[in-house]
Write a protein that binds this ligand. Structure first.
Ligand SMILES: [Zn+2]
Ligand SMILES: [Zn+2]
Length: 764
């Protein structure tokens, strides 16, 4: 029997993702000897000795049966001269392993099919064990305290393995060989039901009892991998009304968890790509169009054409549905207003006791909070609205290595942090709106953890231009304390760089549209077309939307009728119209009176080029939304209406110099209110803005000889606008790019700030 020796080098994402135990297990099963070890460059080296056929099998298994998180970019194998030396197969630990910079920490992974089968198998030791996991699934990021990823360094250290688990843990042929989260009913975390005061409710089967309580219209706080969810029925109005009252969320959509993919199909439209996303190991919330015969309560996602749905991702979630007929339960992050998701039992009892009827607790600690991720499919492309559980902190791999190691702190709303280390950009989980001490602390902790877990030697800190953002103050403090370089990056420029870096584009004309970003001289920007080159720090602002007055400052954002009044001022009989709509103002007559006085001197007010505010104004004129109770509400409701509409007005973009006029469009919408449906007018407004922006971008591209046009910022979540712009740009023979790896909104800002600081040369 001829024995050969082969050396294999594997590159990709192969460290910290269970790749070595997998190679070990496979090699041992195939009767091979040799070693596997991590290389300093983030690759893995394997030396195998044995029969040629067995080695070939190892190479094919490496690709087809690799752990879910591993990504193989290249396998290089070569025969090695000499006799076989090894008597067994070993995992060689490199001495400096924990010092390796840029180590990859796996994200939390949904329960795998093998574990799901065992969960349902009465013969299995882990039958009905709610936290059943293996090397291929289970929590990771949310329970890892420090590296290396060993049980002692996770919150599983409080649960010593029983003999049975230990045996499996040590058996290289077992699926749970070195599975750090291995546990069973005897030795693992326990679950219990409690009333709203936290008193234990005796139950033999607390999880299914909780499911029954949900089905009976109770509100429960349920502890999961990365924090608590608030859960309740999706068909009964009464608990939803109560939940909206106590959470002060009159309109904001709630995410739901459906029992199965077939259950989803009974109330939402799901295509192939959406099914793949829903079922992926990341199990994100996916925004799906409601079916025509949608039967869930209107209180789940009021006024919207879509609903955020996810599938169960732990054994516990699956078991919740066992004794109910419900197709879905509401499963929304449990967080007090403007605070991060609740993660500790005591904290939950203190902050959620007034909201819920019961708690479903477990006793494993959560180290890092992790909100659910949210995606939407644009055609066959997935688009992140929020990149968090199941994705963070897997790095975005870049083509180029950065010389600087950068920490970027993002903006203010929907924030994330980013650590850029060589060719890896580690983006944190969703942090939220950094406006108060709790979220600021969360941002600091998340940044520190990211730096520590990736062994990064940060020398630069990046933040927004806004002088009053909490993140700017934090960045200044860090720069001073650590003697780091401080780089401030303009908001829309950061969006553009994020998009360019993601696609490795050198030059781009980027349409950056959102609600608000601080301009270079303090202007309120939000409808910008920027020309950028990735090598040079800075941008040229080549066009923008017409400036419109923000009558009443921030009030114009909260009450979009004010925005509309400012835009229509002097052209339509605004006074009568406002008086007719006075019930939509909190102070009715008095407020309208003041507003009319203010309209006489619109020059007194800050002006904005924001695209979001224009969409808001249209939404108010069409009667779709008079008060913004959550970020993006007026424009989201406008988009929902437009999905069923036609572009009946076919307005020609009015471009004067470098500005797309928006007031004439609103006047047309206003004066055609009685002639066309709300849906058709909503669509016409979208078409006007998209066509106008694309026209300006295409003209500038020709002038500047740039071949790529991008679309970024929160408005880029809007499928209708993205579609119209894509068609025009591609018809003009240019490349159209949108985000695929990071959110187009402010969740992607930290990534753009980091990339701009690391790769673009600052002017000498
Ligand atoms: Zn598993
Ligand atoms: Zn056990």
């Amino acid at each position: 029997m001829s024995r050969v020796r082969v050396r294999v080098n594997v590159t990709g994402i192969v460290q910290g993702v269970g790749f070595r135990p997998f190679i070990y297990r496979t090699a041992v099963q195939l009767g091979l000897t040799g070693y596997v070890r991590n290389r300093g460059d983030a690759g893995v080296e394997i030396l195998v000795e044995g029969r040629g056929s067995a080695i070939r099998k190892l190479l094919t298994d490496m690709k087809s049966r690799k752990p879910p998180l591993a990504r193989i970019d290249r396998i290089l194998s070569s025969k090695v001269e000499g006799k076989n030396e090894y008597r067994s197969f070993i995992v060689e630990k490199s001495s400096g392993e924990r010092e390796i910079s840029g180590s990859i920490i796996p994200p939390d992974i949904a329960i795998c099919n093998d574990c799901l089968k065992e969960l349902r198998d009465p013969e299995d030791r882990r039958f009905e064990y709610f936290f059943i996991t293996c090397t291929n699934c289970g929590p990771r990021f949310t329970i890892i305290d420090r590296l290396p990823y060993d049980r002692d360094n996770t919150t599983m250290d409080e649960f010593p393995m029983c003999d049975f688990c230990e045996e499996e843990y040590r058996d290289p042929t077992n699926r749970r060989f070195h599975a750090q989260t291995i546990a069973c009913p005897k030795c693992g975390p326990k679950v219990w039901l409690a009333d709203k005061e936290g008193n234990i409710v005796e139950s033999k089967d607390p999880i299914r009892e909780a499911g029954k309580l949900l089905s009976e219209s109770n509100i429960l706080a349920i502890k999961g991998y990365g924090g608590f969810h608030i859960a309740t029925s999706t068909t009964e109005d009464q608990p939803l009304v109560k939940l909206r009252e106590v959470k002060h969320r009159s309109q904001k959509p709630f995410a739901i968890m459906a029992r199965s993919i077939n259950a989803v199909k009974t109330f939402a439209e799901v295509n192939r790509n959406e099914t793949d996303l829903l079922c992926s190991y990341s199990r994100p919330i996916v925004l799906l169009d409601k079916r025509r015969d949608y039967y869930l309560s209107e209180m789940v996602a009021p006024g919207l054409h879509n609903v955020g749905v996810m599938l169960p991702y732990t054994g516990l979630h699956y078991m919740l549905f066992d004794r109910t007929d419900d197709t879905a339960f509401v499963m929304t992050s449990a967080n007090p207003p403007n605070q991060p998701i609740v993660k500790d039992n005591l904290e939950a009892q203190e902050t959620l006791g007034r909201t819920v009827d019961y708690f479903l607790f477990h006793n494993r600690r959560i180290i890092h909070r992790g909100d659910d991720s949210v995606l939407r499919a644009h055609g066959d492309r997935p688009v992140f609205l929020r990149r968090s559980r199941g994705y963070a902190p897997i790095p975005i791999m870049l083509k180029e290595k950065a010389e600087k190691c950068v920490l970027a702190l993002g903006g203010e709303l929907n924030n994330t942090a980013c650590v850029l280390n060589e060719n890896k950009a580690f983006i944190s989980q969703h942090i939220g709106d950094v406006e108060n001490v709790e979220t600021r602390t969360f941002l600091e902790e998340a940044s520190n953890h990211l730096i520590r877990l990736t062994n990064s030697k940060v020398g630069t800190v990046a933040c927004d231009l806004h002088p009053k953002f909490t993140t700017t103050t934090l960045a200044r403090g860090l720069a001073e304390k650590n003697d780091w370089e401080l780089i401030q990056v303009q908001h829309h420029y950061a969006h553009a760089v994020a998009l360019m870096t993601e696609h490795d584009a050198e030059e781009m004309i980027c349409v950056c549209c959102d609600g608000y970003g601080y301009g270079p001289n303090g202007e309120a920007w939000g409808g910008e077309i920027l020309l950028c080159n990735r090598k040079v720090f800075g941008y040229e602002r080549i066009a923008h939307l017409e400036e419109q007055p923000l009558i009443g400052g921030d009030l114009a954002t909260r009450y979009p009728l004010r925005m509309a009044a400012g835009m229509l001022n002097g052209k339509t009989p605004v006074a009568e119209w406002l008086l007719a709509n006075k019930k939509h103002f909190p102070h009715a007559d008095l407020e309208v009176e003041t507003l009319l006085k203010q309209l006489k001197n619109p020059a007194d007010f800050t002006r904005t080029t924001s695209c979001g505010r224009v969409l808001d104004a249209v939404s108010a004129v069409l009667g779709l939304c008079f008060e913004r109770t959550y970020e993006g509400e007026p424009s989201m409701k406008l988009e929902s209406a437009a999905t069923r509409g036609k572009d009946v007005l076919r307005l020609k973009p009015m471009i004067r110099g470098q500005s797309l006029h928006t007031a004439p469009m609103l006047e047309e919408i206003y004066s055609n209110k009685d002639k066309f449906s709300v849906e058709d007018l909503a669509k016409s407004a979208h078409a006007y803005l998209a066509r106008g922006l694309a026209t300006m971008a295409i003209e500038e591209a020709a002038g500047a000889n740039v071949k790529t046009i991008g679309f970024s910022g929160g408005v880029a979540f809007n499928i209708i606008m993205a579609k119209i712009m894509r068609k025009m740009v591609e018809d003009a023979g240019l490349l159209f790019l949108v985000h695929e790896a990071v959110p187009a909104g402010d969740g992607g800002l930290s990534f753009g700030q980091a990339a701009a600081s690391a790769f673009s040369k600052l002017d000498a």
